[in-house]
Design a binder for this molecule. Structure first.
Ligand SMILES: Cc1cc2nc3c(=O)[nH]c(=O)nc-3n(C[C@H](O)[C@H](O)[C@H](O)COP(=O)(O)O)c2cc1C
Ligand code: SF4
Length: 423
């Protein structure tokens, strides 16, 4: 795994801790300074700093953390729960794994800052089931933090500052990364998404006000309180502050997690030796898949801008989870599209018909394109079915399932036309 930033902010301790769960080592490298400063500045200022930082949620939806935090702060009901989403189910996304496994206390610190701000007594971290070894390490970090007075009762000597963190293991369902399905799963129920509204800030875990943020988002919170909201904002772009962890994979020459200032030219991420370094095969990049399976495909003509939230939206693209899967010109866009839809069929929870049934029909149609047996009008039929599934599905899984294939049709229609059987 490579890191490329003169002074990394999120990855600054990666590779420098002999035991990533050690509180002593963490403190020696600046750990727990963020929570200390947060307590000194007081609750209203914490909210202001998060707002000024213009941190967009790093789990994929890019929702401004400042807005989410202010909403929850304004809710009177108690208790409030803090939940860290460490499900990391998006294919091609493996940046949370690096933080969880190599700097777990930075996430615990971010959750602790939230616990202090919202006067919450209980936090939960929902960790992808496949990260078994990391769960063990994270538990060790929790135990060490508790022994050192950073979790438990009267934290840091403050009367009544009581807060615990409990690990809950996922069981391999992609849909459980969706925040309301995740809360159901934490409660021991089937991991199916809830109908929203109500907002989770009002009716969340055990029907109580709840904050759900991604692992990287909590690591950003620790950094924001450490360096200040304005300094964090200035690291990135006006439409989204800070640095972003980008997971580069596929045919990229340099695969790994890179900490990239938001607003970096996209070309640099793909081609510079510090980042992706072109392709491992020496063949040209044909397309990318951005932000996991839920994101759009990106083609070379869309890549001349900046890697920032607005920069990508302007090009019909999205940062999403920060996944950048590189595909060279040996890969068929149509076959790739079918694989994407097979993933969504496999992962659908089955609650609503558009996603449960519609995506099965879409895979059947795509199979015809792959075999060169599609009929005249099938591209329009495919596009219309995708629009219906996106528009009518009950949760984010279905709503995002057709995004990649719609972008493929829009930008590489000729490849689909080649799959039509002409008389
Ligand atoms: C099907 C689906 C899967 C998701 N998987 C994840 C995930 O693995 N990790 C994550 O942080 N967010 C995931 N999300 C997004 C969460 O619902 C939610 O937006 C996020 O946890 C909020 O945190 P953030 O604002 O810090 O990004 C998923 C959403 C959907 C619809
Ligand atoms: S869109 Fe898919 S995953 Fe979401 S509720 Fe409907 S069937 Fe379940």
């Amino acid at each position: 795994m490579s890191i490329n930033l003169k002074e990394p902010v999120l990855l600054k301790r990666i590779g420098r801790l002999k035991n990533p769960a050690s509180v002593e080592e963490y403190i020696n490298l600046g750990g727990f300074e963020g929570v200390r400063k947060a307590i000194e500045m007081g609750r209203e200022r914490i909210l202001e700093e998060v707002d000024i930082a213009n941190l967009r949620g790093r789990g994929g939806a890019a929702y401004p953390a400042g807005r989410k935090w202010k909403h929850l702060y304004g809710v009177d009901e108690t208790p409030k729960y803090i939940v860290c989403n460490a499900d990391e189910g998006e294919p091609g996304t493996f940046k949370d794994k690096m933080l969880l496994g190599q700097d777990p206390l930075s996430i615990i610190e971010g959750m602790l800052i939230a616990g202090y701000l919202f006067e919450s007594r209980e936090g939960f971290i929902y960790v992808r089931g496949e990260y078994r070894a990391i769960q063990k390490l994270f538990q060790e970090a929790i135990d060490n933090a508790q022994a050192a007075g950073y979790l438990g009762v009267n934290i840091m000597g403050i009367d009544g500052f009581d807060y615990t963190i409990t690990i809950v293991s996922g069981a391999g369902a992609y849909v459980c990364g969706e925040n309301s399905a995740l809360l159901n799963s934490v409660e021991g129920k089937t991991g199916r998404p809830r109908v929203k509204p109500p907002h989770l800030a009002e009716v969340g875990l055990y029907l109580k006000p709840t904050l759900v943020n991604n692992v990287e988002s909590f690591a950003c919170i620790t950094a924001i309180l450490n360096i200040g909201g304005k300094a964090f904002l200035d690291l990135g772009a006006a439409d989204g502050g800070g640095t972003k962890l980008v997971s580069v994979s596929g045919h990229a020459k340099n695969r790994g997690v890179f900490e990239v200032p938001l607003g970096t030219p996209f070309h640099d991420i793909l081609y510079s030796d510090e980042y992706g370094g072109g392709t491992s095969t020496g063949r040209p990049i044909k397309f990318l898949h951005l932000g996991g399976q839920s994101g759009p495909l990106a083609f070379p003509e869309q890549l001349d801008g900046l890697y920032s939230y607005q920069g990508l939206w302007d090009k019909d693209l999205a940062v999403g989870s920060g996944a950048v899967v590189v595909m060279d010109d040996s890969v068929s866009v149509v076959e790739y599209s079918k694989k994407v839809m097979e993933f969504f069929v496999h992962e659908a929870c089955g609650k609503c018909p558009p996603c449960r049934i519609g995506n099965v029909r879409i895979v059947e149609l795509l199979e015809n394109f792959v075999k060169g047996a599609a009929k005249e009008g099938d591209i329009e039929r495919l596009d219309s079915m995708l629009t219906h599934v996106i528009g009518l599905s009950a949760c984010g899984l279905g709503k995002a399932s057709g995004v990649a294939v719609q972008s493929a049709i829009k930008y590489r229609r000729a490849e689909f036309e080649a799959g039509i059987k002409r008389a």
